[in-house]
Design a protein around this ligand. Sequence first.
Ligand code: FE
Ligand code: CA
Length: 522
Amino acid sequence: MVLRRTLTRRSLLLGAAAGFVASRARPGRASAGYPFTLGLASGNPTADGIVPWTRLAPEPLSPDPSHPGGMAPIAAPVRWEIADDPAMRRVIRQGVADAEPQFAHSVHVELAGLEPARDYWYRFTVGDAASPIGHTRTAPSRTATTGRLRFAFASCANYEHGYFSAYRHLAAEMPELVLFLGDYIYESVSQSPRRVRSHSDGVETTDLRTYRNRHAQYKTDPDLQLLHAAAPCLAIWDDHEVQNDYADRWAVNFADPAAFLVRRAAAYRAFWEHMPLPRSALPNGPDATIHGRFDFSDLVSFLLLDGRQYRSRLACDTGPRGGAKQLVDAACPERLDPRRSYLGMAQEAWLYDQFRSGSAGWNVVAQQQMMTEFKQLESGAVTHWSDDWNGYPAARHRLLSQMRDTGLANPVVIGGDIHSFFANDLKLDFDDPRAPAIASELIGSSITSVGPPHGKFVAWVADNPHIRFFESRRRGYVSVDLRPSRMEVAFRVVANVRDADSDAATLQRFVVEAGRPGPLPA
Ligand code: FE
Ligand code: CA
């Protein structure tokens, strides 16, 4: 396999150990340390473009706020090259980008004019120091006919809960595209003696320096570096990129929404700095646009959503909650209020426009959380989790109605957040077991994050017949092999997140047949 020759964990480590010979003549040099400690990545593949990314960080966890990543506050030129062969003998494009201190010396190269559906390899150099070689791939042209796309999705990678073996096994599958659906980092810190690793600075992230260092620590992980070097990605955030269970400007322990927005601005900024995103996703203060549509020929459109930034305040949230449980029952009629939105009314309107104008054979709605109804029986009362789509049933009903009314072809909703595998039918009437499925839903587990109580959830699932599969005890990701006539899905699991060299296996396969909503065990 090409990747194996050009990039392995060993070669990454050797690259780091080989060091970086300083040259005093070069302007912008801030440190003699190897600058590519965070690896590289590529994202936002289109039919003619891709965004390669890196960040210079010779001291990735530097506590010095005036030298993020150990870099002096001056711009540093970074050479980038892109080639059409894995050894990079045929460089087809190259240039120099300035790694600017205001963006933590990150580099986002917005390449255009590439060929559709082509493999490319890329690397960065500063002086004598070279990054590893990364592999990426452009999308097929929107008007092309493509017989197949192999993609995968992942979420919830708490560094403290385990090793990222799942990322390594996903990299070995060489998917053409990886979707990160949120909780790519966690803001919190654990004091649990069960934690496998520690967030380096030992404090919850609250400002630009601490969010940058958290992202940097994750990017130092060799398995995550392998995955980013293997495949291009699309990334959306969930709550933990900022703070647990926030909704727009309301958050757990902030009495003042304006104060929370200052924190959100820092979190969004650090996310942009560390992800292969274009300039159009650069936050303006606490606002940033990460939702969008990505077409892969006539086969599939990916509709990426932002379920955090614009959502209505959690139902019956009377504020600072201190992370208490959020099960609401019939005593909370606000949950049903049709004026409340999970996506915000503007993003909803945008999404329904995409439904109307879409022409692909499959439509994958890539978002943060579980959309299906999940009734949870607590002390004899039906309750709903207020932080996911169950807290916004009117918005969910609008979305599913629009899917039906626009005749959207083969809608499949994918999500994460709940640290469990689910395969569900999405229906307009969840109370009628005979009501037809409008769409299929697949929920990935977590890369490492601990799942919810299995026995309790199994009992609840029994009251939700539209839930066809549930497993909260295993960690992993979801691999998808998509063809015009069928989607083949594999729920992939690692043996043990406490083992850095853990094996992986397939837990369960599903098939979604074109024209027949609802995942079927295979
Ligand atoms: Fe999570
Ligand atoms: Ca989450």
